[in-house]
Write a protein that binds this ligand. Structure first.
Ligand SMILES: Nc1ncnc2c1ncn2[C@@H]1O[C@H](COP(=O)(O)OP(=O)(O)OP(=O)(O)O)[C@@H](O)[C@H]1O
Ligand SMILES: [Mg+2]
Length: 366
C-alpha cells in the first residue's frame, strides 16, 4: 500500500497513507460539528455555514474514498456571494481553523492588477505550502480562498476587463487541478485542493430581478412551496455569466452559498456573542486594569443603528465602538480609584465609579 501513488497521471507521488491521514483528520468532523464551531465566531449566516460544512465534509470524505480506490475526485468548489462585511472571509478563516487544514486567502483584485498572474498564483500556493509547514501532502489537501472574485468580471471589451478574464482563465486551470511548479525542485498538484471563492457581486440583484423563475416546474397541490421558493432564490450560473464571469469559470463553482445582509439584531449579537467579540475584548482590556466595564444593551442598539447607516456590514462596528471607548482608555490608567465604568448610551458620557460606587469626577467628558 505504502508504495502505491494515488495520483497516477503526472501527479506528485503522494503516498496513499499520507493522503488518508491528512483527509481522515479533516473528515472526522461532521457537518453539524463544523457548524457548531463556526457558531462560536460567526453570527447568523446559517445557510452559508451549513453549505460550507457539508462541502468540506464531503470533500474530505471523497478524498479518502478516492485514495483507497486510486481514483481522482470531482471537486465541489464553492462560491460565497454576499454583501460586504457580512462574514465571507471570517467564515472561511474560521472554517479552516475548525478542520485544521492549511488555508490561505488570496485577493482576486491584486491578481487582476499584476502582469504576472502565474507568478502570483505560484506565490499563493507557496504560502499554502508554508501554512502546511512545508508538508507537500498536507498542502495538497488545503483550502484556498479567493476573495473579491467579482472584480474579475469582464465588461464588454474594455481594456481593463481583459485582465480580469485572463485571471479567470489562469484560475480555471488550478481550480480544475494541475501541477504547478513552485521552484526548481517542487511542484504542487492542485487536484485535491478545495477552492472557495467569495465576492459581493454588487449589481447581481438587478440582473436577477425580473428574471423568470423556474416557471417550467409545474406546481401541483402537493408541491412544497418552500422548496420551490428555495429553488427560485438560488443564484443561477446564467446570472453569474451575465454579471461577467466566463461560463467555464462559473462551471467550476458548482456550489453557491448566499450570505444575507446583517440586521440590526444580528449586529448587536456580533458585538456581544462571539467568543472574541468586541465587547469581550474591551472588557478584558479593562479587567487587566482592575476595572469592570458595563455597557447597557441600549448602547449596542445605537452602535448597530449607526453601523447600518454606514452600509459596510459589520465592518464599521469596531470603529464606532473604539471611538466610544477611546476617552475611557485614555483616562482610566491615570485614575486608580476608578473600579467600574458604565455606559448607558452612546450619546452620553460614561459614569466612572469607585469601589464604593461613588461617581468620580469625569475627565472622560471630551
Ligand atoms: N456574521 C458575522 N459574525 C461575526 N462577525 C462578523 C460577521 N460578519 C462580519 N463580521 C465582522 O466584520 C468583519 C468583516 O467581515 P468579513 O471580512 O468576513 O467581510 P466580507 O464578507 O469578507 O466582506 P468583503 O466582501 O468586503 O470582503 C469581520 O472581521 C468580523 O469582525
Ligand atoms: Mg472578504
Amino acid at each position: 500500500m505504502v508504495n502505491k501513488t494515488a495520483l497516477d497521471e503526472g501527479g506528485t507521488p503522494t503516498r496513499i497513507s499520507t493522503i488518508v491521514a491528512a483527509s481522515a483528520l479533516a473528515a472526522n468532523h461532521t457537518p453539524s460539528a463544523i457548524v457548531r464551531y463556526l457558531d462560536q465566531y460567526v453570527v447568523g449566516q446559517d445557510e452559508a455555514k451549513r453549505t460550507l460544512a457539508v462541502v468540506v465534509y464531503a470533500h474530505y470524505k471523497k478524498l479518502l474514498g478516492a485514495a483507497r480506490l486510486n481514483a481522482s475526485i470531482a471537486k465541489s468548489n464553492v462560491l460565497l456571494v454576499g454583501p460586504t462585511g457580512t462574514g465571507k472571509t471570517l467564515l472561511c478563516q474560521t472554517l479552516s481553523n475548525a478542520i485544521g487544514v492549511p488555508f490561505v486567502t488570496a485577493d482576486a483584485t491584486s491578481l487582476a492588477q499584476t502582469r504576472y498572474v502565474n507568478e502570483e498564483i505560484e506565490a499563493i500556493l507557496l504560502r499554502l505550502l508554508g501554512q502546511a509547514n512545508g508538508d507537500m501532502a498536507k498542502a495538497q489537501h488545503g483550502i484556498v480562498f479567493i476573495d473579491e472574485i467579482d472584480k474579475l468580471k469582464s465588461a464588454g471589451g474594455q481594456l481593463r476587463s481583459t485582465s480580469g478574464e485572463g485571471v479567470q482563465h489562469a484560475l480555471l486551470k488550478i481550480m480544475e487541478g494541475s501541477l504547478v511548479k513552485l521552484n526548481a525542485t517542487q511542484a504542487i498538484d492542485t487536484s485535491n485542493i478545495l477552492f472557495i471563492c467569495g465576492g459581493a457581486f454588487v449589481g447581481l440583484d438587478k440582473i436577477r430581478a425580473g428574471k423568470p423563475n423556474y416557471g417550467f416546474i409545474s406546481i401541483g397541490d402537493s408541491a412544497n412551496q418552500r422548496i420551490l421558493d428555495k429553488l427560485n432564490a438560488r443564484i443561477k450560473p446564467t446570472d453569474l455569466i451575465e454579471f461577467g464571469l466566463i461560463p467555464e469559470f462559473t462551471g467550476r463553482l458548482p456550489v453557491i452559498a448566499n450570505l444575507q445582509d446583517l440586521s440590526r439584531a444580528t449586529l448587536v449579537r456580533i458585538m456581544t456573542e462571539p467568543k472574541n467579540s468586541i465587547y469581550q475584548q474591551f472588557r478584558d482590556i479593562m479587567q487587566e486594569q482592575g476595572v469592570a466595564l458595563e455597557i447597557a444593551p441600549r448602547v449596542f442598539v445605537e452602535v448597530a443603528e449607526l453601523a447600518l447607516e454606514y452600509k459596510v456590514g459589520a465592518r464599521s462596528l469596531r470603529g464606532i465602538f473604539e471611538e466610544m471607548m477611546t476617552p475611557v482608555l485614555y483616562a482610566v490608567p491615570d485614575l486608580p480609584q476608578v473600579r467600574k465604568i458604565v455606559f448607558s448610551s452612546l450619546f452620553t458620557n460614561p459614569a466612572l465609579l469607585d469601589a464604593a460606587g461613588i461617581e468620580a469626577d469625569n475627565p472622560v467628558a471630551w
